[in-house]
Design a protein around this ligand. Structure first.
Ligand code: G6P
Length: 611
C-alpha cells in the first residue's frame, strides 16, 4: 500500500504529472516508488527504493524518459517483501503485457501465486500485488475490462488498483475494494489517484469509487461498472480546497504549517456550530433529535493513534457534562473482542484520514451489532465518512505531515461540542451550556497565544533535546493530552517518550528517573493540579529535570520547574487544546534540532490501511 497516481490525456509531459502526483502523496509515508507508461506500444517501467527524488533522478537524469498519453505510478509502504527495487510497484507479468499498481493486501495471494505458477507463469517479486497483472494476463481474451474483473473476482482481501495494458493502450482500469480510488475528471484528460491531494492541481471535479466499482477510464470517457459488469452511476463531487492548501506555504515543514494553521482550522471546525442563545451546539451531521439523544445510554469511541487520544479526552467530556457512560476502545480491540453493544449505544469512530483499516472494521462491527454510529472524520468522502452514514466532519483541511496535529485539536474541539449537545439534551442547565459555548469560541485565540510563544518553546527544546528518555504526565483532561505529547515526541524525534497519568508514575516508572530524564508535567490550573504538583515534587526528588505547562502567571509551578511553557488562562475543559499545541511545538523543535525527517518520519505511514 501507499499512494497511487495515474494519468490519461493529451499532455506531452505525462511523466511530470505522475511525478508531481507522487510528490504530493509523499506525506503518506513510503519506502520506494515507481512509474510505468506505454512507449512505442510497449510498457516501460522504472522503480527505485527510497524517496521519489531517487526515482526522479532515474527517469529524468539517467534515462530521459518520455511517456505518451498514459501512465501509472506508485509509492510503496512495504507489507509483503522488503522495500527494494524489485518489490516496488508497478508490477507486471513476465511478458510485460499488463502492468498494475496496488494498495491494500491480497490475503489469498500465496494460493493464487501457486496456481498461476503451476500454469507456467513466472513471478519476480515477494509481493502479494504481483498476482494482479499475472491473473489479468491469465484471463485476457481481447477485453481488458473483463479480464480485470475476472481477476478481481479471484482476490480475497483489499485493493485499490490502476492497471494498463499494451494491448489496449488508450485506457486505464481502476478498481476499489477497501482502499480508496478517486478519479479527477478534467477536460480531455483524467487523473486518477488514491488521494485527492494528487488530483486537485488538475481539477476539482472528482468521482470517489465505491467498494466493488471497476472503472474504465479513457481520455474522454469514464465508465464505471461493478464486478459483474453491471453499470453503476457515481456522482461528480467538487473538492472545496485547492492546491495551495496542500503546499507548505513558506513553512519549513508541513508539520509547522499545520501547527500554525490551528487557530484557523479550529475556527472552521466551530463555524456555525455553536448556539450561544441556547448554550448548545448545532451538529446537523449527527442527525439525531433531542429525543434520540436522550435514548443513548452509552457512548463507545473507537479510533487509533492520535485520534484515540482525542477520544480519551472526550471520555471525560461525555461523562462529566452529559453523564453518559463512555468507553474508548482501540479500534483493533473493538473489532476482535466481541464488545457488548446494542441499539442504545452510540459508537463514534474517529479518524483523520477516514481510511484506517482497524477503525473502519470497528465501524462495520458496530453497524453489525445494531449500534447507532456517528463518524468524526476529516477527509471528506473517505470510506469511514461514507460508511458511517451520519457524522460530523472536522473541516480541518488536508493534513499532510504524518504526525497529526491540527486534526487532534479539531477533534477535541468538535467532541467537546458533541458532549455539550448531549449534555444540553440531558440535564445540563442553559447557563452552564452558555459558559461552555463561549469558552469553545475562544479556543482559536488561546491557541494563537501559545503559537506566539514558539520562540520560548524552541529554546526549551534546544536545551533538552539531547536527552534520550522523556516522561509526559498529567491528570484528568490532561492525562490523554500527556499521552499525545509523548506520542508526538517519539513519532518525529525517535526519542523514547512515555505518557503516564501523573498518579501512576510512582507505581513503577519513577524507577527510571535520573537527571537525564526530563519530565514534562501538565500542571495547568485544573482539578487535580495540587496532586500533579506533589507528583512533580516526587520527580524533583529523583533529580529529574522538570518542564511544565502551567496557567499563565502561576508562580507556584514556576518555582518548582526548570522550564515553563505558559498556557493562557482558560476553562479546564478546553485546556487540552492549547496544551497539546505547546507539546506539538516542543516535539517539532526537538526533532528539528536533531535533524530528523519531520514530515515523513521513518517507519510511519499517514494512513494505515492494513491491520
Ligand atoms: C497512523 C498515523 C497517526 C494517526 C493514526 C490514526 O498511525 O501515523 O498519526 O493518528 O494512523 O489515523 P486516522 O487517520 O484514523 O486518524
Amino acid at each position: 500500500m501507499c499512494g497511487i497516481v495515474g494519468y490519461i490525456g493529451d499532455r506531452s509531459n505525462v511523466l511530470n504529472v505522475l511525478m508531481d502526483g507522487l510528490r504530493r502523496l509523499e506525506y503518506r509515508g513510503y519506502d520506494s516508488a515507481g512509474v510505468a507508461g506505454i512507449v512505442n506500444g510497449e510498457i516501460d517501467v522504472y522503480k527505485e527504493p527510497g524517496k521519489v527524488a531517487n526515482l526522479d533522478q532515474l527517469v529524468h537524469i539517467e534515462n530521459d524518459v518520455v511517456f505518451q498519453k498514459v501512465g501509472i505510478a506508485h509509492t510503496r509502504w512495504a507489507t509483503h517483501g522488503p522495500p527494494n527495487q524489485m518489490n516496488a510497484h508497478p508490477h507486471f507479468d513476465q511478458d510485460k503485457e499488463f502492468c498494475a499498481v496496488h494498495n491494500g493486501i491480497i490475503e489469498n495471494y500465496a494460493t493464487l501465486k501457486n496456481q498461476l505458477q503451476k500454469k507456467g507463469h513466472i513471478f519476480h517479486t515477494q509481493t502479494d500485488s504481483e498476482v494482479i497483472p499475472v491473473l489479468v494476463k491469465e484471463f485476457y481474451d481481447g477485453d481488458l475490462f473483463s479480464a480485470v474483473t475476472a481477476a478481481l473476482r479471484q482476490i480475497v482481501g483489499t485493493y485499490g488498483i490502476a492497471l494498463v495494458s499494451k494491448h489496449e493502450p488508450n485506457k486505464i482500469i481502476v478498481a476499489r475494494k477497501g482502499s480508496p480510488i478517486v478519479i479527477g475528471v478534467g477536460t480531455d484528460e483524467t487523473v486518477i489517484a488514491s488521494d485527492v491531494a494528487a488530483v486537485v492541481k488538475h481539477t476539482n471535479n472528482v468521482i470517489y469509487l465505491d467498494d466493488g466499482d471497476v472503472a474504465e477510464v479513457s481520455v474522454d470517457n469514464i465508465e464505471i461498472r461493478n464486478l459483474d459488469a453491471v453499470p453503476v452511476s457515481r456522482k461528480v463531487d467538487k473538492v472545496d480546497w485547492d492546491i495551495a492548501s496542500a503546499e507548505k506555504g513558506g513553512f519549513e515543514h508541513f508539520m509547522l504549517k499545520e501547527i500554525y494553521e490551528q487557530p484557523d482550522s479550529i475556527k472552521n471546525a466551530i463555524r456555525g456550530r455553536l448556539n450561544f442563545e441556547q448554550g448548545t451546539a448545532i451538529l446537523s451531521g449527527l442527525n439525531m433529535t433531542p429525543g434520540e439523544l436522550t435514548e443513548i445510554e452509552r457512548v463507545i469511541i473507537t479510533a487509533c493513534g492520535t485520534s484515540m487520544h482525542a477520544g480519551m479526552v472526550a471520555e471525560y467530556y461525555f461523562e462529566d457534562l452529559a453523564h453518559i457512560l463512555t468507553d474508548v476502545d482501540q479500534a483493533a480491540e473493538f473489532r476482535y473482542r466481541n464488545p457488548i453493544v446494542n441499539n442504545k449505544c452510540l459508537v463514534i469512530p474517529i479518524s483523520q484520514s477516514g481510511e484506517t483499516a482497524d477503525t473502519l472494521a470497528a465501524l462495520r462491527e458496530a453497524h453489525m451489532k445494531g449500534a447507532k454510529v456517528s463518524g468524526l472524520v476529516n477527509a471528506v468522502g473517505s470510506t469511514i465518512a461514507r460508511e458511517a452514514g451520519r457524522g460530523v466532519y472536522l473541516h480541518a483541511g488536508p493534513e499532510i505531515s504524518v504526525a497529526s496535529t491540527k486534526a487532534f485539536t479539531c477533534q477535541v474541539t468538535v467532541l467537546l461540542m458533541m458532549a455539550l449537545k448531549f449534555a444540553r439534551s440531558h440535564r445540563m442547565p442553559m447557563p452552564v451550556g452558555k459558559t461552555i459555548a463561549n469558552e469553545i469560541q475562544k479556543i482559536p485565540d488561546y491557541v494563537q497565544q501559545v503559537i506566539e510563544r514558539s520562540g520560548e518553546i524552541e529554546k526549551i527544546a534546544k536545551k533538552w533535546c539531547k536527552c534520550h528518555d522523556w516522561f509526559f504526565i498529567g491528570r484528568s483532561y490532561l492525562y490523554p493530552t500527556a499521552l499525545e505529547g509523548a506520542l508526538k515526541l517519539k513519532e518525529i524525534s525517535y526519542l523514547h517518550a512515555e505518557g503516564y497519568n501523573a498518579a501512576e508514575l510512582k507505581h513503577g516508572p519513577i524507577a527510571l528517573l535520573t537527571e537525564d530524564v526530563p519530565v514534562v508535567a501538565l500542571a495547568n490550573d485544573i482539578d487535580g493540579k495540587d496532586k500533579v504538583l506533589s507528583n512533580m515534587q516526587e520527580c524533583k526528588a529523583r533529580k529529574a529535570p522538570l518542564i511544565a505547562t502551567a496557567t499563565e502567571g502561576d508562580q507556584e509551578v514556576a518555582d518548582l520547574t526548570d522550564d515553563i511553557i505558559w498556557i493562557p488562562k482558560c476553562h479546564p475543559l478546553v485546556s487540552p487544546v492549547p496544551t497539546a499545541v505547546a507539546l506539538q511545538l516542543l516535539s517539532y523543535y526537538v526533532a528539528k534540532e536533531l535533524g530528523c525527517s519531520i514530515d515523513q518520519p521513518r517507519n510511519l505511514a499517514k494512513s494505515v490501511t492494513v491491520e
